[in-house]
Design a protein around this ligand. Structure first.
Ligand SMILES: *[C@@H]1O[C@H](CO)[C@@H](O)[C@H](O)[C@H]1NC(C)=O
Ligand SMILES: *[C@@H]1O[C@H](CO)[C@@H](O)[C@H](O)[C@H]1NC(C)=O
Ligand SMILES: *[C@@H]1O[C@H](CO)[C@@H](O)[C@H](O)[C@H]1NC(C)=O
Ligand SMILES: *[C@@H]1O[C@H](CO)[C@@H](O)[C@H](O)[C@H]1NC(C)=O
Ligand SMILES: *[C@@H]1O[C@H](CO)[C@@H](O)[C@H](O)[C@H]1NC(C)=O
Length: 425
C-alpha cells in the first residue's frame, strides 16, 4: 500500500516542487550573503589596511651617501671573479638623449610606462632631461640601456635579445633586490650583464633599495628634540617587539628566545613562528602596526640571512616608528655605511652573549640619557621609507650614472652568482 503511495505521481510532483523551492530559497540566501560580504565594510579594515605615506627626497640631501657610494665603487676589490671592471679615461661630453628600455615587467607590473620624466627620476634629479624611459621591448635595438628584472625574466613573453642585435655599447642591467635564497642567480650567469640594480652598495645602482637617511634642510632645534625625546621615552613603556612571518631562519628565532628568557623586559614577538594569534599579524605600515610600535623602545630588525648589504625595510621601519633597532644580519660595517652613528644596536657587538645584550637593553630602558643617545641623529636626518620617493632616487642614480658613462668604460658580471652570494652564511 504505502509503496504505491510513495510512487504516486502527484506525490512525486509535490516533492520535486518542495526541493525546487528549497533550492531556490537557498540560492537567494547565498546571493544575499555574498552581497553582504561585498558591501558591509570589514570593521577591522581601518586597523589593518596600509596607511598612505607621502615623502620626497631632494637629490642634494643625500650627497654624503653618494660620496660613500662613489668611494665603494672606486676602491672595489674584486677577488671573487664576480665582475670585470675597466674604467675609461676619455670623458664623453655628449648631450644626446639616453633611451632606457624596460625589457621585462617588474613583478608582473609594467613600471613607469606612462609616467612623466619628473615622476620617474624626481624633480631634483640633475640629469633627468637626458633620460627617456620606454616599456616597449621591441625598441631593444635602439636602447642605450636595457633593464631586465630577475624575477620576471622567466615570465617574459619575448625571449631575451641577442647581444649582437642590440647597440654595441648598450648597457644590459639586471634589476634584483632579492637575496640568493630566493632567486637562483646561477641561471643568469651567461648573460654577462653590465650593471646591476640591487641592495648591494657595489651594485652600480643601489641607493635607497629599502630605505634612506636624508639630511634635513633645517636641523631640529634642541628644544623640539628634547620635547620629543622625553615624550617618547615615557610613553614607550615596553621593551622589545618583533613581527615575524618567515620561520625558515632558525638562527634569528634562537636569538629571539634567548633574549626573551634572558631579560625580564617584555620581549614580545608576534607572527606565525612565535605566537598563534592571527590578529597580531598587522600588515606593513598599518594603524595596527603603528599602535604596537609606539609602545616599545626596541624593535628586533632581524634579517632572514647575513648576505652582504641585505638590510631591508625591517631596519628602516624601526627608525620610522621612533624605535631603536636591534639588528641581526650582515656585518656592523655594512650597516654603518647606510645609517648614522649611534642609531642601532648590533647583535655582533655582544659576541653571542645574549645576557649581556639584555642587560644593556635594560640599562637603556631605564636611562633617558642613554635612550636619547640613540636618537641624536634625528636632529640632522630624517628617514625615508616611501617606496615611490625611494624609486625616484634610484632611477635618478641610474640616469646620473648613464649620463656620466665614459667612452671606453667597460663593466660586466662574469659571475653574478658569486656577486650575490657575498657574505651569505
Ligand atoms: C652636502 O651638501 C651640504 C649642503 O649643500 C653641504 O653643506 C655638505 O658639505 C655636503 N657634503 C658633502 C660630503 O659633500
Ligand atoms: C647571436 O647572434 C650571433 C650572430 O648573429 C649568432 O652567431 C649567435 O649564435 C646568436 N646567439 C644566440 C644565443 O642566439
Ligand atoms: C603619550 O602618552 C600620553 C598620556 O598617556 C598621551 O596623552 C599622548 O597622546 C601620548 N603621546 C604619543 C605620541 O603617543
Ligand atoms: C645614564 O647613562 C649615562 C650615560 O651612559 C650615565 O652617565 C649616567 O650616569 C646614567 N644615569 C643613571 C641614573 O644611571
Ligand atoms: C657590456 O658587457 C659586454 C660583455 O657582456 C662587454 O663586451 C661590453 O663592453 C660591456 N659594455 C659596457 C658599456 O660596459
Amino acid at each position: 500500500m504505502s509503496f504505491s503511495y510513495h510512487k504516486s505521481p502527484i506525490r512525486l510532483w509535490w516533492r520535486r516542487q518542495q526541493l525546487y523551492r528549497y533550492r531556490r530559497i537557498s540560492f537567494i540566501w547565498f546571493i544575499f550573503v555574498f552581497i553582504c560580504i561585498l558591501i558591509v565594510p570589514n570593521p577591522f579594515s581601518a586597523e589593518y589596511s596600509r596607511i598612505a605615506i607621502n615623502q620626497d627626497i631632494q637629490w642634494n640631501s643625500i650627497n654624503e651617501t653618494l660620496q660613500i657610494k662613489e668611494q665603494i665603487l672606486q676602491n672595489e676589490i674584486i677577488s671573487d671573479n664576480s665582475k670585470v671592471v675597466k674604467r675609461g679615461i676619455i670623458e664623453e661630453q655628449s648631450t644626446s638623449r639616453i633611451l632606457i628600455v624596460l625589457f621585462t615587467t617588474i613583478f608582473r607590473d609594467k613600471k613607469f610606462c606612462s609616467f612623466s620624466i619628473e615622476r620617474i627620476f624626481g624633480k631634483t634629479c640633475p640629469s633627468k632631461n637626458r633620460c627617456q624611459w620606454s616599456c616597449d621591448h621591441e625598441k631593444f635595438r635602439e636602447a642605450d640601456a636595457l633593464i631586465f628584472h630577475a624575477y620576471d625574466i622567466p615570465l617574459s613573453r619575448a625571449p631575451m635579445p641577442n647581444r649582437s642585435e642590440t647597440k654595441p655599447n648598450s648597457v644590459w642591467i639586471l634589476w634584483s633586490d632579492e637575496p640568493p635564497t630566493i632567486i637562483n642567480y646561477a641561471l643568469l650567469k651567461s648573460y654577462h650583464f653590465n650593471w646591476t640594480i640591487s641592495y648591494k652598495l657595489n651594485s652600480e645602482v643601489s641607493i635607497g633599495s629599502y630605505g634612506l637617511f636624508s639630511r634635513r634642510i633645517h636641523p631640529l632645534s634642541d628644544n623640539t628634540y628634547q620635547d620629543w625625546i622625553e615624550k617618547e621615552y615615557y610613553n614607550r613603556t615596553n621593551g622589545a617587539l618583533w613581527f615575524v612571518s618567515n620561520c625558515h631562519s632558525k638562527k634569528r628565532l634562537e636569538i629571539f628566545y634567548k633574549l626573551k628568557y634572558a631579560s625580564n623586559l617584555l620581549n614580545e614577538g608576534y607572527g606565525r613562528c612565535v605566537d598563534y594569534y592571527p590578529v597580531h599579524l598587522c600588515s606593513s605600515f598599518s594603524q595596527c602596526e603603528y599602535n604596537y610600535m609606539s609602545k616599545f623602545k626596541f624593535y628586533l630588525s632581524f634579517e632572514s640571512n647575513t648576505c652582504r648589504d641585505y638590510i631591508t625595510e625591517k631596519f628602516y621601519k624601526a627608525f620610522y616608528y621612533g624605535v631603536i633597532p636591534i639588528v641581526y644580519g650582515p656585518n656592523r660595517n655594512d650597516y654603518e655605511r647606510l645609517a648614522p652613528k649611534n642609531s642601532f644596536i648590533h647583535i655582533d657587538d655582544f659576541h653571542d652573549d645574549i645576557d649581556k645584550l639584555a642587560d644593556y637593553m635594560k640599562e637603556i630602558h631605564s636611562n633617558l640619557t642613554l635612550f636619547s643617545m640613540y636618537h641624536q641623529w634625528r636632529k640632522n636626518y630624517e628617514i625615508i621609507i616611501d617606496g615611490k620617493a625611494l624609486e625616484r632616487i634610484r632611477m635618478c642614480e641610474l640616469c646620473q650614472r648613464l649620463s656620466n658613462l665614459r667612452k671606453d668604460d667597460m663593466i660586466y658580471y662574469e659571475n653574478i652568482e658569486n656577486f650575490y652570494n657575498d657574505g651569505c652564511r
